[in-house]
Design a protein around this ligand. Structure first.
Ligand SMILES: Cc1cc2nc3c(=O)[nH]c(=O)nc-3n(C[C@H](O)[C@H](O)[C@H](O)COP(=O)(O)O)c2cc1C
Length: 343
């Protein structure tokens, strides 16, 4: 139904317009009496065999919604009905910002991929934190935090710390995003010294609380092995809880031909191998001791299993969900249950 009727209709319109319209449609649909219960029963079955305890948090399954989909925490309740074990909101910055000029999101239909240069468009931490107050959902909420465009890299830690403190009591885990290609110079925060300084300040703050929050680092797929080695050294030294691998890539060679592609970060099927290779490398290098959340190009059960085989403990999805439709999480979880029951 989704691929035959709904997707062809939706894909007639520009992607960001459809993204925003879908939010409104889902909100309206969920206002219909009993609709949330119907959606929950249909899409969101809880299978005990899929439950996982990681970072002392209880994930009902291994699949989460990646950052960037619900940047402003507008639709958490409704999105949780589609079976995700966790939803990562953001990237959130201290001040609201509009992001880059539109159009800034593009479909590569035949590749089941997207190119985006959104640029951290978000409502800012004050407004978003208000939306999170008194939120009651049966899924884990992560906050992906970043810096404002006009904050220099030397001062970036202040932005991250500000968001961290504001959101501390409202979310279950944090993701430090130093890997978006669409905020100038942001990815330089992955360099050893800057990264150490940033994560050290956040860990120090984290340790002030009686129960600290898991902190994960989201990295780029475009790092060299030396750069990844440096990242691992910092992460291990500061006892960061895990790595999210990966964000989008600006490496156009992962796309099939030499067409004149739009500028921005590539996500979806074309990213799958590159991001899975990064997981494999980190997993081997850390002797499987570091928790990795695998994201990049998952669009079916097989591409998810590739991430687990590479060393991921959990996975996240964004682009694949757009292409495959709302039933994808249910479908992948069901196949997992069947496979587990065979063993
Ligand atoms: C339109 C769009 C916006 C995104 N925004 C963010 C963001 O704000 N912060 C972030 O960490 N990742 C962001 N991402 C990256 C995704 O979280 C994910 O890492 C990436 O898309 C790879 O996963 P996928 O292939 O399943 O889409 C965005 C991705 C897309 C397509």
């Amino acid at each position: 139904m989704y691929k035959l009727v709904i997707r062809p209709l939706l894909f007639l319109f520009p992607p960001e317009f459809i993204h925003n319209i879908s939010f409104i449609m889902i909100k309206i649909i969920c206002m219909v009496p009993f609709m949330t219960s119907i959606l929950r029963i249909y899409f969101s079955k809880n299978y005990k065999v899929l439950n996982k305890k990681i970072f002392n948090l209880n994930f009902k399954n291994s699949i989460g919604l990646a950052a960037g989909f619900d940047k402003n925490a507008i639709l958490i309740k409704e999105l949780s009905l589609f079976g995700f074990s966790h939803i990562e909101i953001g990237t959130i910055t201290p001040k609201p910002q509009d992001g880059n000029k539109k159009p800034r999101l593009f479909r590569l239909y035949s590749e089941k991929s997207l190119i985006n240069r959104m640029g951290f468009n978000n409502d800012g931490v004050e407004i978003i934190s208000k939306r999170l107050e008194n939120l009651n959902v049966d899924c884990i909420i992560g906050a992906n935090i970043g810096k404002n465009k006009d904050t220099s890299n030397d001062d970036a830690w202040k932005d991250y710390l500000f968001c961290f403190k504001k959101l501390f009591h409202l979310v279950d885990y944090f993701v430090i995003n130093v890997s978006s290609p669409n905020t100038p110079e942001l990815r330089k925060l992955q360099n050893k010294n800057l990264l150490f300084d940033l994560l050290n300040k956040l860990q120090k703050e984290n340790k002030k609380y009686q129960i600290r929050k898991p902190i994960l680092l989201k990295i780029s797929p475009d790092n060299s092995q030396n750069e990844i080695d440096d990242i691992i050294t910092v992460v291990e030294k500061l006892k960061i809880d895990g790595i999210i691998a990966t964000n989008t890539s600006i490496d156009k060679s992962i796309l099939p031909n030499t067409k004149d592609y739009e500028e921005g970060g590539i996500s979806g099927k074309s990213l799958h191998k590159k991001s899975t290779d990064i997981i494999k490398y980190i997993s081997k290098k850390t002797k499987n001791k570091l928790t990795i959340i695998g994201v990049g190009g998952i669009y079916d059960h097989k591409t998810m299993i590739d991430k687990f085989n590479a060393g991921a403990s959990l996975v996240q999805i964004y682009t694949g969900w757009i292409y495959e439709g709302p039933g994808l999480i249910k479908k992948m979880n069901k196949i997992m249950v069947n496979e587990l029951s065979k063993n």
